[in-house]
Design a protein around this ligand. Structure first.
Ligand SMILES: Nc1nc2c(c(=O)[nH]1)N[C@H]1C(S)=C(S)[C@@H](COP(=O)(O)OP(=O)(O)OC[C@H]3O[C@@H](n4cnc5c(=O)[nH]c(N)nc54)[C@H](O)[C@@H]3O)O[C@H]1N2
Ligand SMILES: Nc1nc2c(c(=O)[nH]1)N[C@H]1C(S)=C(S)[C@@H](COP(=O)(O)OP(=O)(O)OC[C@H]3O[C@@H](n4cnc5c(=O)[nH]c(N)nc54)[C@H](O)[C@@H]3O)O[C@H]1N2
Ligand code: SF4
Ligand SMILES: [Mo]
Length: 889
């Protein structure tokens, strides 16, 4: 579209609001997944989207959207959109953008030929996906790889986002917040602490922001830990400019004070956590006294009953410590008397062990670490411990320091001390999570298996990712390349990674032919990417450019909407229907909404004629690989959908009577309609009208499905695990390392503390007007908003104290050099009091390279040109701030 034509469409789009039809959809600009409605008008005989608004029926975002969501329809009409398959011109290099338009048949034919030419074996391929692929196509992606024998998926919301932080939360609570099973109930909390988070709440994740705004209105006290005055910190009652990477010390000091002053919910700790469990010293570690079954799951624990003064056995998996294995009522003691012994061994409770472990973490100690005054830390501990309900936000983006898993775990422990799970003003589990947990517990009782995708909380990743790690799960005997790399590391005496789920760990070595497995090279020769932009979103950019341009890489396929920085490195680009154009293949739970609700997207406007849905592309590949039957069987096994129904509907798709997307969507509607006792047509009608169907309210769910009070959680013990049994398992498996200490420990960030005046701690974060660094940056409206705040949004934040020493003023171009890796970037300075003097900050939202993206290309500085490849040893999360930088004018 010419820009004149673009302006004409834009002008028409702002005319009268009559004759607008509203079609429900789900925003696709960030993983907050707000429910929206798309206003559609017929212009020149063509349905055209003219407005996007929040859906007022949504229990998630309550009718609101952020600027990015509202400006979303610009993506649909982006003049740079991919509208036809493209094949790289022979003789050109990857990265040059030299493509010719092709038909879908040609594109598929090209893919099949290349796979044959390079003799690509199933394990020599990897899928690569962004959060969109994860949230909307997980059932298909997992089924696709298992039916075609591909043991590799690299997923961008893991290593560089949620994997480490959320795993820390999940170890305590048993849920799986990676897929958003927790929503903090800000609006009912009276005291809120937020750490290392900004866009996850106020800048902006609408579903949280609406609740946060309500909390502010109701007068909750808000404390924000952030080295800079972020959008969220600006709305706080207290901004604590903490030294980067030391949040764990702050939380430990809070725990220290609260445990000693009795500022905890005693009944909750006694009943629903493992604090009263009796533990023994064993090889230098304190471990709870358990019996276990053959698989190593605990079958009993011991506690000292306060009433009888006797030791009782508790059932292994349960939500409560108030009943022993014989059903007798107990009040377990948090502390046992000095000299207490069990079977001749000195024993204490986990609570007492935690008191010992935290003894040194005084506010005065934390002052040394965090740079925050001890008196402030002490006061906040008292305030937090005495105000109910008090809430510490679980946090969202992780991947900054090796200690992030531990830090987020400590936040969860703090939340446990105030007993704030599934209670007003606490951490509320999503409706979908409650539904899964109920079904799981029922199946467990009946000795039945649960479909993988319906497993609640941690059970899901442990089972699903476990399949990728186990060579025996694959007929060709290869685990994922990431696990192969970890096995190779250990053989060389290096630590490796325990749980490299959906990770790119070892990918470069596999492409270069340097990764060995069972005495042979484990190669990766082909990549199939959907909604992924690793050249911009993985660290560092050069690593992925090397992977993509390496001569051993036989085939790169990218499914995208726009010519992204990564699509430029593909051999074949397949254009996707965009989010307002497409009917999705499934009904979904409404994100972290606390009501149990169903939602989906409805096609609002005609898709670009030559674009396809992701499901249909996967279907064509499954057919091409001769794996359709297995694909259908796996979808059924993973989702619990009826196989006969899948076969019937997909049969029509193979005959060309409907698309594969339509086929699976019909099965999905039938499946859910059956459960609701209504017809699929009725369900579709309701969803088309409302966009969201609330199946059971939060209030109802709380009556019979609240975690802890009513149901055990998916931790190994069913209790909230302040002492982590999973981490204790890592110690048994791998030997001790502080990273997996099952108790309460501090891991300082690995940062040079003796810095010269031009050396700084490095921090980054997101911008309210941009999602990630690419999803919607080529949007003229959003770009105009970003440019209106250019200094603040695109500049390097630096405090005037240091800036004046270095003779730097706002607008000056400075070089930022990574003191660890030597990588360097140029960026304009933004001199401001809003940041600690020893720290600089930059936005992670800019630096697009592909010149075809005319509004965003060349604007700002790319974060991943400064961050080296460094990962931590539990989930291979990136350590994106674990270095200092030198700033020169
Ligand atoms: N530099 C930098 N890197 C980051 C971040 C950052 O802020 N800056 N954020 C990190 C975080 S928190 C996360 S969660 C990840 C997110 O990383 P991703 O999930 O990869 O992020 P997106 O930008 O949403 O998507 C990547 C690609 O999907 C394309 N796309 C968008 N919509 C669609 C669609 O409907 N269909 C298809 N097929 N493609 C689509 C975009 O054009 C883009 O090329 O990135 C991480 N890495
Ligand atoms: N506008 C916008 N909103 C989004 C997204 C988006 O791309 N853009 N993406 C969505 C996604 S996928 C995610 S993961 C979330 C991410 O949302 P968040 O997890 O909230 O991440 P950021 O917005 O990057 O905020 C990080 C904040 O932590 C601060 N910080 C850096 N280091 C430290 C430290 O050591 N200690 C402390 N206390 N603070 C530190 C930074 O200054 C910054 O203000 O946002 C979601 N919402
Ligand atoms: S927060 Fe904004 S961009 Fe993210 S899903 Fe909601 S409306 Fe879309
Ligand atoms: Mo993220």
């Amino acid at each position: 579209m010419s820009s004149q034509k673009e302006r004409k469409v834009a002008a028409r789009q702002t005319t009268s609001s009559r004759d607008v039809e509203w079609v429900p959809s789900i925003c696709n600009f960030c993983s907050t997944v707000c429910n929206v409605r798309v206003g559609v008008k017929t212009i020149d005989g063509k349905k055209t989207a003219v407005k996007i608004e929040g859906n007022a029926n949504s229990p998630l975002n309550r009718g609101k959207t952020c600027a990015r969501g509202q400006a979303g329809l610009r993506q649909t009409y982006d003049a740079q959109r991919l509208t036809t398959p493209l094949i790289r011109v022979p003789g050109s290099k990857r990265g040059e953008w030299n493509f010719r338009p092709a038909s879908w048949e040609e594109a598929y034919g090209y893919v099949m030929r290349k796979l044959e030419e390079y003799q690509v074996q199933p394990w020599e391929m990897s899928m690569v996906g962004g959060w969109t692929s994860c949230v909307f196509y997980m059932p298909l992606a997992l089924s696709f790889v298992f039916s075609t024998g591909i043991p590799n998926i690299v997923a961008s919301p893991m290593q560089q986002c949620v994997a480490a932080g959320h795993f820390g939360n999940d170890l305590v609570t048993g849920n799986f917040n990676f897929h958003d099973e927790v929503l903090a109930d800000f609006e009912n909390a009276k005291y809120i602490i937020l750490s290392m988070t900004n866009s996850g709440v106020a800048a902006a994740s609408t579903s949280r922001l609406v609740r946060f705004a309500e909390a502010k209105k109701r007068g909750a006290k808000v404390v924000v830990l952030d080295p800079r005055l972020s959008e969220t910190a600006a709305k706080a009652d207290e901004w604590l400019p903490i030294k980067p990477g030391t949040d764990g010390a702050f939380f430990l000091a809070l725990i220290h004070v609260m445990l000693r002053q009795g500022l905890y919910d005693e009944e909750f700790l006694i009943k629903h956590t493992n604090m009263p469990f009796l533990a023994l010293e064993n090889q230098g570690m304190v471990v709870p006294l358990t019996e276990s079954d053959e698989q190593g799951f605990p079958t009993s624990f011991r506690v000292l009953d306060r009433i009888s003064g006797e030791v009782h056995r508790l059932p292994g998996y349960s939500n409560t410590n108030a009943l022993d294995t014989e059903g007798k009522n107990l009040v377990p003691a948090l502390e046992v008397p000095q000299g207490f012994a069990l079977d001749g061994n000195k024993a204490k409770t986990i609570f007492q062990y935690m008191l010992e472990q935290t003894a040194k973490f005084t506010p005065a100690w934390a002052e040394q670490e965090t740079g925050l005054p001890a008196a402030t830390i002490e006061r906040i501990a008292l305030e937090f411990g005495q105000t109910r309900p008090a809430l510490v936000d679980p946090g969202w983006h992780g991947a900054r320091y090796e200690n992030i898993l531990n830090t987020r775990r400590l936040q969860s422990v703090l939340q446990a001390l105030v007993g704030g799970f599934d209670t007003p003003g606490g951490w509320l589990m999503s409706g979908e999570y409650h539904e899964k947990l109920l079904a799981f517990l029922k199946a467990r009782q009946e000795g039945k298996e649960v479909p993988v995708l319906s497993l609640p909380g941690l059970q899901f990743p442990l089972t699903a990712a476990g399949k990728f790690f186990n060579p025996a799960e694959w007929s060709h005997g290869h685990p994922s390349f990431a696990m192969a790399k970890s096995i190779a590391d250990k053989a060389e005496g290096k630590p490796g990674v325990i749980f490299p789920a959906f990770s790119d760990y070892g990918l470069e070595e596999a492409v270069e032919g340097k990764l060995m497995f069972n005495g042979e090279p484990y190669r990766i020769k082909a990549l199939l990417m959907n909604a992924a932009n690793p050249v911009r979103h993985f660290y560092p950019d050069t690593r992925w450019k090397n992977i993509l341009t390496h001569p051993n890489m036989g085939l790169v396929v990218a499914i995208d909407i726009v010519p992204s920085d990564t699509a430029a490195y593909a051999d074949v680009i397949l254009p996707n229907q965009n989010y307002i154009e497409r009917d999705e293949p499934f009904l979904y739970g409404a994100g972290p909404a606390t009501d149990l609700a169903l939602t989906t997207r409805f096609s609002a406007v005609e898709p670009q004629p030559e674009t396809k849905g992701t499901a249909d592309i996967l279907f064509e590949f499954a057919v091409g690989f001769g794996a359709l039957d297995k694909f259908m069987e796996t979808i059924s096994a993973f989702t619990g959908y009826d196989l006969a129904e899948i076969k019937e509907e997909v049969g029509k798709a193979t005959k060309g009577e409907q698309t594969f997307t339509q086929a699976i969507r019909r099965v999905s509607f039938k499946h859910h309609a059956r459960a609701l006792g209504q017809s699929p047509e009725q369900l579709e009608k309701t969803l088309r009208e409302k966009g969201v169907l609330v199946v059971e309210s939060k209030e109802k769910l709380m009556e019979h499905a609240a975690i802890c009070r009513c149901l055990p959680v998916p931790t190994p013990s069913g209790r909230i695990e302040i002492y982590s049994l999973l981490l204790a398992g890592f110690v048994r498996q791998e030997g001790y390392r502080i990273n997996w200490d099952p108790g309460l420990v501090y891991m300082p960030p690995q940062l040079n503390q003796e810095k010269k005046p031009d050396e700084f701690f490095f921090t980054y974060g997101k911008t309210p007007t941009v999602s990630y660094a690419s999803t919607n940056s080529n949007n003229p409206i959003l770009m105009a908003l970003s440019k209106a705040k250019e200094d603040e949004f695109m500049g390097l934040w630096i405090n005037p104290q240091r800036a004046s020493l270095l003779n730097i003023m706002t607008g000056d171009t400075v070089t930022v050099e990574n003191c660890l890796s030597g990588q360097s970037v140029r960026i304009n300075a933004f001199v401001t009091e809003m940041i600690r003097p020893d720290t600089v900050f930059m936005s992670s939202s800019f630096g697009t390279e592909n010149p075809l993206l005319k509004y965003s290309s060349g604007v700002g500085t790319a974060l991943n040109r400064l961050v080296p490849y460094q990962v931590e040893p539990i989930v291979s999360a990136f350590k994106t701030q674990e270095f200092t930088v030198r700033v020169t004018k």
